[in-house]
Design a protein around this ligand. Structure first.
Ligand code: C2E
Ligand code: CA
Ligand code: CA
Length: 558
């Protein structure tokens, strides 16, 4: 960096020097020219007077020496003039080249929009202008949805065409006095000036941008379809306006709102709200917690019992991640798993947890299985199966005791990769469950082509059983689907004996839920299993039925 700065700085000095020298030379040439003109007037007038006198009076004539000096003077005049013109042209060309370099440094070469470097300055100028006229600046952060996927699918040439067309469509819709910049990748920012109370007009503009960008871009015969998520921020009223700071705040707020638009389902716009700032702080804290807590072993596996509802037997445990934060106590995975996914740490986090869980499960009765949840992002890794098998080998844990749970969202990602991954895991003896079934949109065709071993009915249907007729209809439909496809079913979220009783009417299910106890730590599970002779010692390896119904002791039986 230091070198860059140095060379940049020295480059500038060099340029200034040459311009200075040229300007001096230009002045010298101009001086010579002026001197030559004065000389020409001086000698010319004497010589011409001599010539006129010789014509009129027929005597004398111009002084030969002076006449020669005049000829020399004329030559000097021509030379000086040409040099002056040449130097002037050179300077004009240099200025133009410098101007072009300046423009290139401030604009994005692909789309012709402003670039990241120049946006702060342009925004500050816009804010200043708006303040002077009593208007407000509105910033829209526009990010294309799934652009990377389109780029991977159609190639970079089409990707570039999409970006160019996006810039063109945005520019066409913006009012006067607006600026558009590409911040790199597929992120655009535009800022425009509106009169006070123009919220409806601003929303109308956002809708039109959304609509315009949703039209496919056709390039080299390929139709690329992308949509955009837009975050909108409007300059807050302030008594001491600082244009530069305000511009930065607006960009930050529009970015937060855009992030929210993505979260809300993409292809939409979202206004900035102060609560987003709080959420961001919370998220950053979790992010720091993951980065620091992972190497410190703060992430641990908890276990939830899985029961055969017909016999009441304990069949295994589902591992559920917990963060034992020294500051906040035990934190649910619903807070940290999405952040770990976002910051690219889900694989190391999951693998650390699985390693611990395999060690714990080795101490259990060998008939007890271990289920682990796998993020859709992990399934994108073509080496995932190998990595999982390596963990099993290192722990010396039989693959037949392991079950992985994947959610329906995995099926929308890349069905080909998921299929081959599932197949190779199954070939090793690992079983695969489709988790949270009923909440996604997996089609029957997909279910049939993927070799799942089990489907797990989402707890939202189970826990409302008895209260909602719809839930009963859905569970009935899923259980007949399971029967038809010969797929065993697990019902999650059994909280009450009533729900358990209602469930048993639908068929032979496995089940899990708070009725059987809250998820517990590895030590607690070990203690409980030891109490029931369900540890891996050769003499204690028997499963015992679990008492059922409301009288079951706290439902925490093994
Ligand atoms: P899930 O796989 O659906 O796990 C079941 C969730 O339901 C767990 O929440 C569990 O504590 C909760 N639950 C169990 N029984 C009941 C019940 O009777 N009533 C109610 N209301 N809830 C019940 P938890 O532990 O907060 O986990 C939330 C989600 O986080 C899990 O949903 C799973 O998708 C994800 N998750 C947990 N651990 C991991 C992990 O190691 N890796 C990945 N990728 N995801 C994980
Ligand atoms: Ca699960
Ligand atoms: Ca689930």
């Amino acid at each position: 960096m230091a070198n860059d700065g140095d060379s940049g700085a020295s480059g500038k000095v060099g340029k200034a020097d040459t311009t200075h020298v040229r300007a001096e030379r230009d002045l010298v040439a101009l001086g010579i020219l002026i001197a030559a003109i004065i000389l020409f007037i001086g000698t010319g007038s004497t010589v011409l007077t001599g010539i006129v006198r010789s014509w009129v009076y027929g005597v004398g004539g111009p002084d030969v020496l002076l006449a020669n000096a005049l000829i020399l003077n004329i030559a000097l005049l021509i030379f000086g003039w040409r040099r002056y013109v040449e130097l002037k042209r050179e300077i004009v060309e240099r200025c133009k080249a410098e101007e072009t370099a300046q423009r290139l440094a401030h604009t994005d070469a692909l789309t012709g929009c402003l670039n990241r470097r120049s946006i702060d300055h342009a925004m500050a100028a816009l804010v200043e202008g708006a303040e002077a006229s009593g208007d407000v600046v509105v910033v829209m952060m526009i990010d294309l949805d799934k652009f990377k996927r389109s780029n991977d699918l159609h190639g970079h040439q089409v990707g570039d065409a999409v970006l160019v067309e996006t810039a063109r469509r945005i520019k066409a819709l913006l009012p006067e006095r607006a600026i558009v910049a590409r911040l790199g990748g597929d992120e655009f920012i535009c800022a425009a000036v509106f009169g006070p109370g123009s919220e409806i007009a601003i929303e109308r503009l956002a809708v039109r941008i959304n609509e315009a960008l949703a039209h496919p871009v056709v390039s080299t015969g390929i139709r690329a379809e992308v949509t955009a998520s837009i975050g909108i921020a409007i300059a807050p009223k302030t008594d001491q306006p600082d244009a530069e700071r305000l511009a930065k705040t607006l960009l930050h707020r529009a970015d937060l709102a855009m992030y929210q638009a993505k979260k809300a389902g993409r292809n939409r716009f979202c206004w900035f709200e102060p609560s987003m700032e709080k959420e961001l702080r919370f998220r950053s804290e979790i992010e720091r917690g993951i980065r620091e807590g992972l190497p410190r072993g703060e992430f641990v596996p908890y276990y939830e019992k899985q029961i055969d509802l017909e016999t009441g037997e304990l069949t295994g445990f589902e591992m559920l991640a917990r963060w034992q934060s020294p500051r906040h106590g035990v934190i649910s995975p619903e807070f940290f798993i999405p952040v770990a996914e976002e910051i690219g740490l889900i694989a190391p986090l999951s693998e650390a947890l699985i390693t611990l869980a395999l060690q714990d499960a080795k101490a259990w009765d060998p008939k007890l299985t271990l289920s682990v949840n796998i993020s859709p992002l992990q399934l994108r890794d073509p080496w995932f199966a190998q990595r999982l098998l390596k963990l099993l080998v290192q722990a010396n844990f039989p693959p037949t005791r392991l079950e992985i749970e994947i959610t329906e969202t995995c099926l929308h990602e890349n069905i080909g990769v998921v299929r081959s991954l599932i197949t190779s895991l199954k070939n090793q003896g690992i079983r695969i469950s489709l988790d949270d079934f009923g909440t996604g949109y997996s089609s029957l065709a997909q279910l049939r082509t993927l070799p799942f071993d089990r489907i797990k009915i989402d707890r939202s249907f189970v826990s409302s059983l008895g209260r909602s007729a719809d839930s009963a209809t859905i569970i009935e439909a899923i259980s007949s689907l399971g029967r038809g496809m010969d797929l065993p079913i697990t019902a999650e979220g059994i909280e009450t004996p009533e729900v358990l009783a209602a469930l048993r009417k639908f068929g032979k299910f496995k089940g899990q839920g708070y009725l059987y106890g809250m998820p517990a730590s590895g030590e607690d599970v070990l203690e409980e299993l030891a109490g029931h002779g369900l540890l891996s010692e050769p003499d204690g390896a028997f499963l015992r039925p679990i008492p059922e119904g409301p009288d079951a002791p706290a439902a925490a039986n093994c």
